[in-house]
Design a protein around this ligand. Structure first.
Ligand SMILES: Cc1cc2nc3c(=O)[nH]c(=O)nc-3n(C[C@H](O)[C@H](O)[C@H](O)COP(=O)(O)OP(=O)(O)OC[C@H]3O[C@@H](n4cnc5c(N)ncnc54)[C@H](O)[C@@H]3O)c2cc1C
Length: 337
């Protein structure tokens, strides 16, 4: 189905009031071929959209085409006594997929419960939470380019996954991730590598024996900590956690002994939320936007936020972190101008 001059406020979790020139809903392969066979479908600017929970439309009007990916399906592809390979279509809701796998007692993505995402977009930025990343279970994905009518397969290595990154993150063309394959374990593999999760389990003496229990625990923790976009529109973490050298970290730690940091293969990862809080932005409201009172890393829309306000606040925060700590913050969200 194609809509013209369509308001997508309900299709982005920051609830930005944006009208788009054209929006095409894609439910099946037939819809893909229709786009390919009709040259007018695509514009100079084309954006793929899932649940819109990482996309910030900063202008009131987007003079291009939005491809809204809604294809559904989950299938078991291979199975033995220890593992299972599943295929999931990109328009599936990520959390529903996690719950589907946990209901079957499979392990691998239970710590990623309640991340608001479509299955396709989960690959784009290699979603991660509570010590798990999708790359750890990912085998391959199939993509379609409606401009060239080309299908392609990518294996794990070819996606070049990194922290909140894959080769699809800043793509210039329109390659739609159509379906993905994940390998999960039937043998219990409790992942408590995230220290806050481990402490919660230990302190409350919780007995986690199934992936479903872990999925429910993570969901409960997330719900208690993060603002619900339906109540207070937001796009989750606005900035990535910056990675700095060991040398710079040692200098900063001497000045700020409580600096929140994690190990990283490339250096030391600093909690961006901690930096933002130290710079005085936590709970601060500027016009219709602000950094959440409990989660300094989450920018929220208090109602009627305009793109300009979002960008101004983001730039001010980036400047103040640079001045105070000499650290460059990078946006995690996808800014659409
Ligand atoms: C409250 C909240 C909490 C969050 N917590 C986390 C968290 O813990 N960990 C985490 O990693 N992220 C988190 N996020 C960010 C968000 O959940 C992820 O980025 C998620 O993957 C976005 O999915 P989406 O379908 O909403 O993507 P969208 O915003 O629709 O799209 C995101 C990007 O992916 C592209 N894209 C979408 N679908 C496809 C496709 N099928 N093929 C190719 N490209 C596509 C889009 O063009 C865009 O560039 C959170 C967000 C919110 C609002």
């Amino acid at each position: 189905m194609t809509h013209t001059n369509y308001n997508i406020k309900h299709l982005n979790t920051f609830a930005l009031d944006c009208e788009v020139e054209k929006l095409i809903e894609i439910n099946s392969e037939k819809d893909l071929f229709l786009i390919n066979s009709n040259p007018d479908s695509l514009n100079k600017r084309n954006i793929i959209l899932g649940l819109g929970s990482n996309s910030i439309f900063v202008n009131d009007y987007f003079d291009g085409t939005i491809l809204l990916v809604k294809n559904k399906g989950i299938e078991i592809i291979e199975e033995d006594s220890e593992t299972v390979v599943i295929e999931a279509y990109s328009g599936e809701d990520w959390d529903e997929l996690v719950n589907f796998t946990c209901d079957k007692s499979w392990w691998g993505i239970e710590n990623l419960a309640a991340v608001p995402s479509s299955v396709g977009a989960a690959i784009v930025q290699n979603i991660g939470a509570y010590g798990q990343e999708i790359k750890d279970s990912f085998i391959s994905c199939t993509t379609y380019n409606p401009r060239t009518n080309q299908w392609k397969e990518y294996n794990n290595e070819e996606c070049k996954f990194d922290y909140r990154y894959s080769i699809f993150k800043y793509q210039k063309d329109i390659e739609i991730i159509w379906k993905i394959r994940l390998k999960l374990s039937k043998i219990p593999k409790i992942n408590t590598s995230y220290s806050a999760l481990k402490e919660k389990i230990q302190n409350e003496n919780l007995n986690i024996t199934s992936s479903k229990e872990m999925c429910e625990l993570v969901t409960q923790i997330r719900n208690s900590k993060l603002p619900d976009p339906k109540v207070l529109p937001n796009a989750g973490s606005f900035f990535k956690n910056p990675v700095i050298s060991h040398e710079q970290f040692n200098t900063l730690q001497a000045r700020y002994p409580n600096i929140a940091s994690f190990k990283s293969t490339q250096g030391v990862k600093i909690a961006a939320g901690w930096l933002i809080e130290q710079a005085g932005w936590k709970g601060k409201k500027v016009g219709n936007v602000g950094m959440h009172e409990k989660q300094a890393l989450v920018m929220v829309n208090y109602g009627g936020a305009k793109g300009e306000e979002i960008l101004n606040l983001a730039n001010e925060i980036e400047d103040s972190i640079k001045n105070k700590f000499n650290i460059n913050l990078e946006k995690e969200v996808h800014i659409i101008l």
